[in-house]
Write a protein that binds this ligand. Structure first.
Ligand SMILES: [Zn+2]
Length: 356
């Protein structure tokens, strides 16, 4: 079936998945979504049952060039983007930004580095960290951290930045669960932010791991800029006696004047075991075959969250839920397999190697 150019061909949103855009076009024009989908797609060349968008057909019905469509819709790009750079699950993104895109729900596949809409000051948790978008008007340091995160990306590329930020979040979660006297000033900041994001007495309704992630994000990014830096990685690999510069920098970033007096802490572990290793590749990569499936939390996960919400106390082991969460699974593996590295190859594939 051929459809002529649509009378109101609204533009796609940035990083929108093609199925979301085609669904919006169909709803805006009162067309059956499946009919429009069949019209602009064809069976994949490999002979499978999956249908793939034909960019020229989408261009024909929208009057937009393939080039401009592909600028917004990653799936239309030739060659295909490196999907490891994106989160594996599509998500709505910022609802304020989406409001200017008519036709219903917008679903995007966001790159790993997108945690905050800086324009609307909204926390865009990864969907696999659950929870809804969260306003950050009272926490400008989290918005500022997103800008710093982007600077790390520009300097060191996505793979190093991805690993460094997840490692930063994991380490902050581990530190948060330690007693106050083993932590620096940032421990109090995490509690202060948690009390804003999850106000006392409201945890049943407001608790989510995503908000715990937001609470530590500024320090996670501050540590990540150090973890991503070749200079600081080299400083970290020196013997414990020669690590004074590195320890002093950590002490400054965590406002922890006594940092470095003990060896047994997660950052020393990073310096001893991880600083010399290449970044880890994401465990799960966006799979276009499942892009129409709406991500949903499993019942067991919901029950686990309800238990965590019930027991939530920002001053007592509050980082446990964060460190155990699957959003950090890529870097959490190091805790169990410190000598096994999951190396990213230049072609975007990844492989396990054993290194000693
Ligand atoms: Zn926005």
């Amino acid at each position: 079936m051929l459809i002529r150019r649509l009378p109101d061909p609204v533009p796609p949103a940035r990083h929108e998945i093609a199925a979301s855009y085609i669904g919006r076009l169909a709803r805006l024009h009162g067309l059956d979504i499946n009919t429009l989908w069949q019209c602009v797609t064809e069976r994949e060349a490999s002979g499978g049952i999956r249908r793939v968008v034909v960019p020229e057909r989408l261009a024909a019905i929208t009057g937009r060039t393939v080039h401009s469509l592909a600028g917004a819709l990653p799936e239309l790009r030739t060659p295909q983007p490196d999907w490891a750079m994106f989160r594996h699950q599509p998500q709505p993104g910022c609802h304020h930004c989406n409001a200017k895109h008519p036709g219903g729900e917008v679903t995007r596949v966001l790159p790993h580095h997108r945690y905050v809409c800086t324009r609307h000051r909204l926390w865009l948790c990864p969907t696999d960290a659950d929870g809804h978008t969260t306003p950050l008007d009272a926490l400008p340091e989290i918005v500022q951290a997103q800008r710093r995160h982007l600077r790390i990306l520009q300097r060191h590329g996505w793979a190093t930045t991805y690993d460094a930020v997840l490692t930063g979040i994991l380490i902050c979660g581990q530190l948060w669960s330690r007693p106050e006297n083993e932590n620096g000033g940032v421990w109090h900041d995490w509690i202060r932010r948690a009390n804003i994001l999850i106000p006392p007495g409201t945890a049943e309704a407001t608790y989510s791991v995503a908000r715990l992630c937001a609470a530590v994000y500024p320090e996670a990014v501050a540590l990540a800029s150090l973890f991503a830096s070749p200079y600081w990685r080299q400083q970290a690999q020196k013997t414990a006696w020669d690590r004074r510069l590195f320890n002093a920098e950590i002490a400054r970033r965590l406002r922890h004047p006594h940092y470095g007096e003990h060896e047994n802490d997660p950052i020393s572990y990073w310096a001893n075991m991880t600083a010399k290793r290449p970044p880890l590749a994401p465990i799960r990569v966006h799979d276009q075959k499942h892009h129409l499936r709406k991500p949903a939390l499993r019942t067991a996960t919901q029950h686990a969250q309800q238990r965590q919400a019930h027991a939530f106390n920002p001053s007592h082991r509050a980082g446990d839920a964060l460190t155990a969460h699957r959003h950090l699974a890529t870097v959490f593996r190091r805790a169990w397999h410190p000598f096994r590295t999951h190396t990213l190859l230049p072609n975007g594939d990844s492989t396990y190697t054993l290194s000693w």
